[in-house]
Design a protein around this ligand. Structure first.
Ligand code: PEP
Length: 247
């Protein structure tokens, strides 16, 4: 797994016609140096996997902790892998907020993902109130400790730092704030995994756009981005990939 990762989170956006954006991206970016990951809605996973044909990675946006069973509306990690996914986003703040997901649930989902051969992209991040009250580092450390399963391995794990207040708002933390949190996460990962933790991609998410990507990717311990809105348009996501490749 390359350490530099440009991951697009399409959230609940995209129908078959939008696959054209990825065809366009592949035409302008036939061989990016960074790993490019697209996480479409589950309805498009299989078709996205067919379109990218192994040149980009494909991922789910969530999975259930069980492989199968009576869980109407849920999708298992095994099913994501079967549809062509190699990754799955877990613990996105929209899942934590909209579905009340806890760190313990996210850790169980991560175990299921690993067992199915997927790489979990585990999201952590503080709310604005938590940042304002000086709790950011404690919050992300606690989420990390609770969400990353004890028997995860450094070679199959991605961490995304996503301040909740920066997602979809056009606001971003200062470069110093991003650096501080990523260094803190790296230090915690080193404690858990030892020296191999230096290879775990820690990516930043929250209003990454073509015009701020290069600055963010220039920071130490920032290994890429989890991109929402700007991943829906080939030209914007392509510019972000270019910035990562150049960093
Ligand atoms: C996200 O969905 O994880 C995200 C970071 O969204 P946006 O880039 O739109 O802020």
């Amino acid at each position: 797994m390359a350490r530099k990762l440009a991951a697009g989170n399409w959230k609940m956006n995209g129908v078959a016609a939008d696959l054209a954006q990825i065809s366009a991206l592949m035409a302008t970016h036939p061989a990016p140096r960074s790993t490019v990951l697209i996480c479409p809605p589950a309805t498009l996973l299989q078709r996205m996997a067919d379109v990218v044909a192994g040149r980009f990675a494909v991922g789910g946006q969530d999975c259930h902790a069980m492989d199968k069973g009576a869980h109407t509306g849920d999708i298992s990690a095994v099913m994501l892998a079967d549809a062509g996914a190699g990754y799955v986003i877990l613990g996105h703040s929209e899942r934590r907020a909209d579905h009340g997901e806890t760190d313990a649930q996210i850790a169980r989902k991560a175990l299921a993902a690993l067992a199915a051969g997927l790489v979990p992209v585990i999201c952590v991040g503080e709310t604005e109130a938590q940042r304002d009250s000086g709790k950011t580092l404690d919050v992300v450390a606690q989420q990390l400790a609770g969400s990353v399963p004890a028997d995860a391995t450094a070679d199959r794990l991605v961490i995304a730092y996503e301040p909740v207040w920066a997602i979809g708002t056009g606001r971003t933390p200062t470069l110093q704030q991003i650096t501080e949190v990523h260094a803190h996460l790296r230090a915690r990962l080193m404690k858990q995994f030892g020296p191999q933790a230096s290879d775990i991609p820690i990516i930043y998410g929250g209003s990454v756009k073509p015009d701020n990507a290069a600055q963010i990717f220039g920071l130490s311990d920032v290994d890429g981005a989890l991109v929402g809105g700007a991943s829906l348009k080939a030209s914007d996501f392509g510019a972000i990939i270019d910035a990562l490749d150049a960093s």
